[in-house]
Design a protein around this ligand. Structure first.
Ligand SMILES: C=C(O[C@H]1C=CC=C(C(=O)O)[C@@H]1O)C(=O)O
Length: 463
C-alpha cells in the first residue's frame, strides 16, 4: 500500500513545508500524492464517514471518475454577506505557498446552502452556508488510475517524523475499518413536514400569485420523512447502479449524511472552457416503450414545459454571458431520459475570462430558475415566505474545486438527508401559470423515486 519510497516522498514534502513555514512564520500546506491500488470508494466512505469528518464521496459512474475525501486539514467557509469568490481567494493564497509533491492538484470538496439568507434549522445544523474542505485523506479515481493524496499543515515547530507517521497510521486505520450500522435510532424532531394536501394548496396559491404579481415561475419543494433499513454501502451502490449518468454524491457531517444522484450540472470548468446545462420540464417514464416515447414526444411539444424550460435556459445564458465569451447552445431543448423521469435539457457552453474565479461564476448561476424561479429575487422572496422549510444544501451547488481553479458543481437534487435510520427526501417542481397542483404533486413523487428506490423504502405521507 504505502511503501518506503512513498514514505520518503511524504517526508520530503513535509520537511520542505516546515522549512517554508519557518521562513514565512505561518503554517504551510504539504500535499503529497501517491499511486494507490484499486480500492472500493463506497466501502471506505461508508466505513469511515462517522469517524473521519467531514467526509465526501463524489462519483460520475459513466465517466469512471470518483473522489473520496476523509477528515479535515482545512475548511474554507464564507461569512454571510461575503462573495463566494473570497473563499476561492483564500484557497489560492493557501495553495500559492504550498509544497505539492506528485502530479496532482490539491482539491477542495463541499457545498453551499440553497439560500444563505435563511437561518439553518435543527435538521441542517451540521451543514454551513458555504463549506469547501481540504480533506486530510483524498482519493481520486480516473478510469483505473487511483491516487491517494495526503494533506497536512506544517508549522515551524512541527515534528515532521511524527506527522508522517500519524498520517500513515491514520490511513492504515481507515483502510482496515469496516462498516457498522448506526448504533441507535436518531429520532430527531423534524418539525412539521408539509402534508401532500397542504403542498397542493401551496401550488394553487403560487399559480394565483404568478397570475397577479411580477413572478413568472417559482420552484416549490417538499420533504418526506421515511425510515431506512438498508445499510449505507448498499444505498450508495444502489445510487451508482441506478443512476450511472448522474452525479452521485454524499457529504457526511456530524450525525447526518446528505446524499443523492443529481442529473443537473451547474458548472464544469476545465481551463477556460465552461459548461452548464438547463434542466427543467419533466414527464414520467413508462415501462411500455411506446407509451414512454409518447410521453417524451408530448414533453417536447408541451407549451407549459417549454416555457418553464426557456426561463431556465435564458437565465443561465444571460448569467454565463456576464463572465464568458462565445456562449452557445442548441436552439431547441432535447430529451434526457433518467430512470424515473424524463427532462427537457439544453447544454450551454462558453469560454470564461481567464482571470474570473469559478466560484464567482457559480454564484452568478445559483439559484437558477430550475430551483428558485424567475425573476430570481421575487422567486426567492416567495419561497422564503411560503415554502415553509429550510432546504439546507438541497438544491444548492455541491462539488469540487482544484488548485488551478478548475472544478465541477452539480445542483444537489434527487437527494436525501440521512441520520441514523431516518431519511428526509426532497423534491421540488417549477410552478408556472399553467401548473396543475395534482400533476406537480405526482411529479415531485416521481422525482423522489430516485432516492426512494436506493433507500428501498416506500414513502409514508405525513397526514
Ligand atoms: C427542483 C427539482 O427539479 C428541477 C430540475 C429539473 C426539473 C424540474 C422541473 O421540471 O420542475 C425542476 O426545475 C427537484 O428535482 O427537486
Amino acid at each position: 500500500m504505502i511503501d518506503e519510497s512513498d514514505m520518503a516522498l511524504l517526508r520530503q514534502g513535509v520537511n520542505a513545508a516546515k522549512q517554508r513555514a519557518c521562513e514565512q512564520g505561518s503554517p504551510v500546506l504539504a500535499s503529497c500524492s501517491l499511486p494507490h491500488p484499486n480500492i472500493d470508494f463506497v466501502q471506505i466512505f461508508a466505513a469511515n464517514h462517522r469517524s473521519e469528518q467531514p467526509a465526501t464521496l463524489w462519483a460520475m459512474p459513466e465517466d469512471n471518475f470518483a473522489l473520496l475525501g476523509l477528515g479535515c486539514t482545512h475548511e474554507f467557509q464564507c461569512p454571510a454577506g461575503r462573495p463566494w469568490s473570497d473563499l476561492q481567494s483564500a484557497w489560492e493564497t493557501r495553495i500559492a505557498k504550498a509544497v505539492v509533491i506528485g502530479d496532482h492538484r490539491p482539491v477542495l470538496c463541499g457545498g453551499f446552502a440553497f439560500d444563505r439568507r435563511t437561518r439553518r434549522s435543527k435538521l441542517w445544523r451540521d451543514f454551513p452556508a458555504a463549506a469547501l474542505t481540504l480533506h486530510r485523506y483524498f482519493l481520486q479515481a480516473e478510469g483505473t488510475r487511483i491516487k491517494l493524496v495526503l494533506n497536512t499543515l506544517v508549522d515551524g515547530r512541527s515534528d515532521c517524523e511524527k506527522l508522517c507517521d500519524e498520517l500513515l497510521k491514520g490511513w492504515q486505520k481507515i483502510v482496515a475499518r469496516s462498516y457498522s450500522p448506526p448504533a441507535e435510532e436518531v429520532g430527531r424532531s423534524l418539525g412539521t413536514l408539509v402534508s401532500g394536501q397542504a403542498w397542493r394548496d401551496k401550488v394553487s396559491a403560487a399559480v394565483e400569485a404568478i397570475g397577479a404579481e411580477r413572478l413568472r415561475k417559482v420552484v416549490l419543494a417538499r420533504a418526506e420523512q421515511i425510515a431506512v433499513d438498508v445499510p449505507l454501502p448498499d444505498i450508495l451502490d444502489g445510487l451508482r447502479q441506478l443512476h450511472p449518468g448522474a452525479y452521485v454524491f454524499a457529504f457526511a457531517r456530524g450525525r447526518s449524511c446528505f446524499l443523492g444522484a443529481s442529473p443537473e450540472r451547474l458548472i464544469a470548468r476545465r481551463g477556460n472552457r465552461v459548461h452548464t446545462c438547463a434542466v427543467a420540464g419533466t414527464a414520467p417514464r413508462h415501462h411500455d416503450p411506446e407509451i414512454d416515447r409518447q410521453l417524451g414526444r408530448e414533453l417536447l411539444i408541451s407549451d407549459k414545459n417549454r416555457y418553464e424550460h426557456a426561463l431556465v435556459a435564458n437565465e443561465l445564458k444571460r448569467a454565463l454571458g456576464l463572465y464568458c465569451d462565445h456562449v452557445a447552445s442548441p436552439p431547441e431543448p432535447r430529451l434526457r431520459k433518467l430512470r424515473h423521469v424524463q427532462h427537457l435539457v439544453t447544454p450551454i457552453r462558453g469560454e470564461i475570462h481567464s482571470n474570473m474565479p469559478l466560484l464567482a461564476l457559480l454564484q452568478q448561476l445559483h439559484p437558477s430558475p430550475a430551483v428558485g424561479g424567475f425573476p430570481t429575487n421575487e422567486a426567492m422572496a416567495y419561497i422564503r415566505a411560503h415554502e415553509g422549510m429550510d432546504r439546507g444544501w438541497y438544491a444548492g451547488p455541491v462539488g469540487w474545486l482544484d488548485a488551478a481553479g478548475d472544478g465541477e458543481f452539480a445542483v444537489a437534487l434527487r437527494s436525501a438527508l440521512l441520520a441514523g435510520r431516518d431519511a428526509v427526501l426532497f423534491a421540488g417542481c417549477g410552478i408556472v401559470k399553467d401548473s396543475k397542483p395534482e400533476d406537480e404533486y405526482w411529479e415531485s413523487r416521481y422525482k423522489m423515486q430516485a432516492m426512494m428506490t436506493a433507500l428501498a423504502a416506500t414513502g409514508t405521507e405525513p397526514a
